[in-house]
Design a protein around this ligand. Structure first.
Ligand code: PLP
Length: 392
C-alpha cells in the first residue's frame, strides 16, 4: 500500500489531461501565432483552455495570461508592477511567502529596493492593524503588495479581501500567489478586489511547467520581457500549447469537482481525520497553526526532538510520501524559513513534516498513513534514545 501525501509539491496529472496533451502534440503542434489553418487550430485549442482556466477563477478569458508556472507568474506580476510605477519604489510582502516571491523580494532588497516585510501574528496570519499603520506611513511609496492566499507549508489562509481593500485605498497593486488555493477552493475573482492572482497547473492535477496570471484590466502592471506579441503582448514567447491544453482540462475538472458538494465533502475531512488519529496516537505531536484558518488539504505536524529528514526517509520506506518544509528545499537540513518566521522553536521546526492531500487521495491512503506514521515515530524515538544511552 502506498499513500501519496505530498500534493502541495505536485499532484498526479489526470488521465484526460495526459490524453489531451498527447493528442495536442500529435495534431495541434503548429505555432498558434501562424496564420495558416494548422496555426489557427492550435490557437483555438489554446483559447478554449483560456476560457476553462478563466471559468475556474471566475474572470474573463482576456484577463488570463499563460506562463511557464507559478514562479514565473508571480515574478512577472511583481516586477511588472515595480516597472509600471517608478514613482513608487518600494514593495511589500511577507516572510511566509513561497520562495518564488520571498527570494525575489530578498534579491530586490539586496539591490537597493525597499521591501516592507508585513507583520504577522504568531498563528501565521497577517496583522491587519500593522498593515494599516504601514500603509498610512508608506503606502504612497509602495508599488505592489504580494501576499499568498494559502501557505504551501502550513495551509494557513490569509485575509485576501481585507488586504485588497486596504491596498486599493492606498493605490497599491495587490497580487496574491494563489498556487495552493486555485482548484481546491472556489475562486470568485469579482469579489476579491485584487489586481492580480497567480496559479499553477501542476497543483490541480495538470502538467508541470504551465501557470497563469489573472489580471484586472487597467492594473498598473507592465510586461517585463520585450519580444513577440504573444498573450496580448503581456508575455513574449511561443506558448506551450500542449501544457496549456492540459491546464485547461485540469481546470475544467477542478471546477466540476468544486461545485459538487457530494464530491468535495469527503475530501475536506481527510486531513482532519488523519490529524486527529496522529494526535491521539502520538501524545507529544503538535499541529502547527492548528487554530488558524487553514486550507482543508494541508497539515504541518511536528514531532519535537526528531529530524524531519529521518522521518521522511522511514515513511518513504514504508510507503508514505510526505515532505518537510517546502519541496524545493528538500536535501537541506535547515528548517524552512516559513516555520522560522512563524517563530517555532528549533526542536519543533526540525521535527515538522508536511502532509498534503488532494481530491484524488483515498480513505485507504489515510488509513495506511494512520498506521505507518505512529510506528515510524516510535521507532525513531527508540533509536534516538538508544543512541543517547550509547553515547553516555
Ligand atoms: N507559490 C506557491 C505557494 C507554491 O506552492 C509553488 C510551488 O510549490 C509556487 C508558487 C511555484 O509554482 P511552480 O512550481 O509552478 O513554479
Amino acid at each position: 500500500m502506498q499513500a501519496y501525501l505530498d500534493c502541495n509539491a505536485t499532484t498526479q496529472p489526470l488521465p484526460e489531461v495526459i490524453d489531451a496533451m498527447a493528442s495536442c502534440m500529435r495534431e495541434r503542434w503548429a505555432n498558434p501565432s501562424s496564420v495558416h489553418r494548422a496555426g489557427v487550430e492550435a490557437r483555438h485549442a489554446m483559447e478554449l483552455s483560456r476560457e476553462q482556466v478563466a471559468r475556474l477563477i471566475g474572470c474573463a478569458p482576456r484577463s488570463v495570461t499563460f506562463t511557464s508556472g507559478g514562479t514565473e507568474a508571480a515574478q512577472r506580476v511583481i516586477l511588472g508592477a515595480v516597472a509600471a510605477r517608478t514613482d513608487r519604489p518600494a514593495i511589500a510582502t511577507s516572510a511566509l511567502e513561497h520562495s518564488a516571491v520571498r527570494e525575489l523580494a530578498q534579491s530586490l532588497e539586496s539591490r537597493g529596493t525597499t521591501v516592507h516585510w508585513l507583520r504577522h501574528r504568531p498563528d501565521g496570519v497577517i496583522d491587519l492593524d500593522a498593515l494599516d499603520a504601514l500603509l498610512a506611513e508608506h503606502g504612497a511609496s509602495i508599488s505592489v503588495l504580494s501576499l499568498m492566499w494559502a501557505n504551501n507549508e502550513t495551509g494557513v489562509l490569509q485575509p485576501i479581501r481585507d488586504v485588497a481593500a486596504r491596498c486599493r485605498a492606498s493605490g497599491v497593486v495587490m497580487h496574491t500567489d494563489a498556487v495552493q488555493w486555485v482548484g481546491r477552493e472556489a475562486t470568485e475573482w469579482s469579489t476579491l478586489g485584487i489586481d492580480a492572482l497567480t496559479c499553477s497547473a501542476h497543483k490541480l492535477h495538470g502538467p508541470k511547467g504551465v501557470g497563469a496570471i489573472a489580471m484586472r484590466a487597467g492594473a498598473a502592471i507592465e510586461s517585463i520581457l520585450p519580444g513577440g506579441p504573444q498573450e496580448l503582448g503581456r508575455r513574449a514567447g511561443t506558448e506551450n500549447v500542449a501544457g496549456i491544453v492540459g491546464f485547461g482540462m485540469a481546470a475544467e475538472a477542478a471546477r466540476t469537482w468544486l461545485v459538487n458538494e457530494a464530491a468535495t465533502a469527503p475530501c475536506r475531512s481527510l486531513i482532519a481525520t488523519l490529524e486527529r488519529a496522529l494526535l491521539a496516537a502520538i501524545p507529544d505531536a503538535i499541529v502547527n497553526a492548528a487554530a488558524s484558518p487553514r486550507l482543508w488539504n494541508t497539515s504541518s505536524i511536528a514531532f519535537p526532538g526528531l529530524e524531519a529528514e529521518a522521518i521522511l526517509l522511514l515513511l518513504s520506506e514504508r510507503g508514505v510520501a510526505a515532505s518537510a518544509g517546502a519541496a524545493c528545499s528538500s536535501g537541506s537540513l535547515e528548517p524552512s524559513p516559513v516555520l522560522r518566521a512563524m517563530g517555532l522553536p528549533d526542536p519543533v521546526a526540525h521535527g515538522t513534516i508536511r502532509l498534503s492531500v488532494s481530491r484524488s487521495t483515498t480513505a485507504g491512503e489515510i488509513d495506511h498513513a494512520t498506521r505507518v506514521i505512529p510506528a515510524c515515530i516510535e521507532r525513531l524515538r527508540l533509536s534516538s534514545s538508544a543512541s543517547v544511552r550509547g553515547s553516555r
